[in-house]
Design a protein around this ligand. Structure first.
Ligand code: SAH
Ligand code: SF4
Length: 444
């Protein structure tokens, strides 16, 4: 979500003749886009902002702006607390930035914009692009969230749930494809409830079916799905739509029914595990990733053991796990039974080492297989290595010429690591890959 917002900002400022620079010493404007979902993310934003104090003292003409959820959460108060901060831009304020900058330049007035607006006016309409998309691009389909899980600050800083019109979404996908994008990731806090409350709008399964018809689009992904709203029409898309990648991010948060209830998640452990069985029945090669929180208020040793046993049963391909932190305004803040920091840390380490073993096993099972890899660009490991992703969202690094970027190619997996795979390109495997693909697709 934040990366998408940053890309929109770069695009909007590009129209004002701003260019991105790598080194903040060359910048006329520093815009810090922030996340406040967990306490640590917020602290990081404030610590970076603190370091800019000295920079602004040396270069008073530098404009310092803070955007995103931290800006939304604290609003105008930040201008009072931080004299070196010039602009505060809330989560719905990206399209306001050029006007705010112009006003600041002419009047020197420091400003905060924290209103909620829902016109999706900052989302690109496909006509004016200054930002160059890569092989894969995000497309926002909705904003906000109405679920109010008790630990979560998102509904407070991103506002109520609103869906963007499907026509606008399709226009954006089409123009991205015209500009070389091969894969789109549809973004929303709970994509399963897309279209709800908008008369005549498609539901999420309907939207996926329309996006899948866009000519030239190779791959579709989406995030995030809420387990309580994952229904058969959406699951069937994994069987019916070839561009839809066999990967779903389905956050579980806990393996204990008691804790799930305290989190107000709206499903039980059995329901969640049943969804996985159903999904894997529809599309047997589907990969599942998830989120888990440890140390939620009231989480006892028994509850935690149930989270561990859920990992054993669910066999996730990847897991993002977090220590619970109190967030302002949320219901969990006021719950009793707060878990000590050292207990949370210990549980996090135990959970992560179990998942690492599971992920490694799953990755090792890929060795010797040929996978279709969409090549995204140079690998983080450096050299002349390229990097791409399998349909299941596994990262694969391999040696290859830069001309392969943007192509979907067969790669033989030769080595497994905890977070990635190594492989060799085998173009001669095209024919056999087709057979592999046809067999694994359709889940039969
Ligand atoms: N809309 C998404 C998640 C958004 S937040 C969903 O429903 O899954 C991303 C993740 O941050 C959550 O899935 C949760 O695991 C974690 N998270 C949210 N609030 C948290 C908190 N207060 N403490 C620790 N982790 C939290
Ligand atoms: Fe937060 Fe729950 Fe909404 Fe996800 S579904 S954004 S966790 S309130």
């Amino acid at each position: 979500m934040n990366r998408y917002d940053s890309e929109r900002l770069v695009e909007i400022l590009g129209e004002e003749q701003f260019v991105l620079v790598d080194d903040h010493r060359q910048a006329d404007l520093i815009f810090i886009n922030t996340c406040t979902v967990r306490d640590k993310a917020e602290q990081k934003a404030f610590s970076y902002l603190g370091r800019l104090k000295a920079v602004k003292r040396r270069r008073p003409e530098l404009v310092v702006a803070l955007g995103g959820c931290v800006a939304q959460q604290h609003g105008e108060d930040l201008l009072r607390r931080l004299p070196h901060l010039d602009l505060v831009v809330g989560t719905h304020g990206i399209s306001e930035v050029p006007a705010m900058l112009a006003r600041f330049e002419t009047t020197g007035e420091r400003q905060a914009f924290v209103e909620f607006g829902y016109d999706f006016g900052d989302a690109p309409d496909g006509r004016t692009y200054s930002w160059r998309p890569g092989v894969s691009a995000f497309v926002t389909i909705m904003r906000g969230c109405d679920n109010f899980c008790t630990y979560c600050i998102v509904p407070f800083v991103r506002g109520r749930e609103r869906s963007r019109s499907s026509d606008e979404i399709i226009r954006e996908v089409e123009s991205l494809v015209e500009r070389g994008v091969r894969e789109v990731s549809l973004l929303g806090q709970n994509v399963n409830s897309y279209g709800q409350g908008v008369s005549g709008e498609l539901d999420f399964a309907g939207l996926l079916r329309r996006v899948a018809q866009v000519d030239g689009l190779m791959r579709i992904r989406f995030t995030t799905s809420h387990p309580k709203d994952l229904l058969p029409p959406l699951m069937r898309c994994f069987n019916d739509l070839e561009p839809l990648c066999p990967h779903i991010h389905l956050p579980v948060q806990s393996g204990s029914d008691r804790i799930l209830q305290r989190m107000k998640r709206g499903y039980t452990r059995d329901h969640y595990l049943g969804l996985l069985t159903e999904l894997r029945g529809i599309r047997k090669d589907v990969a599942v990733s998830s989120d888990m929180i440890v140390g939620f208020p009231g989480e006892g040793e028994d509850d935690f053991q149930q989270s561990l046993s859920l990992l054993e049963e669910a066999r996730f391909d990847a897991l993002f796990s977090f220590k619970y932190s109190d967030r302002p305004q949320t219901a969990a803040c006021r719950l009793d039974g707060k878990v000590k920091e050292e207990v949370k840390l210990k549980r996090l380490q135990t959970l992560q080492s179990l998942q690492e073993r599971i992920t490694l096993k799953k990755n090792e099972a890929q060795v010797g297989q040929i996978s279709r890899v969409l090549v995204e660009g140079p690998s983080q490991v450096g050299g002349s290595q390229l990097s791409g992703r399998t349909p299941q969202n596994r990262v694969v690094n391999f040696q290859g010429p830069p001309q392969l970027v943007g192509e979907e190619i067969p790669v033989l997996v030769t080595k497994a690591h905890a977070h990635s795979l190594e492989g060799v390109v085998c173009l001669e495997a095209n024919a056999s890959l087709k057979v592999v693909k046809e067999r694994s697709w359709c889940g039969k």
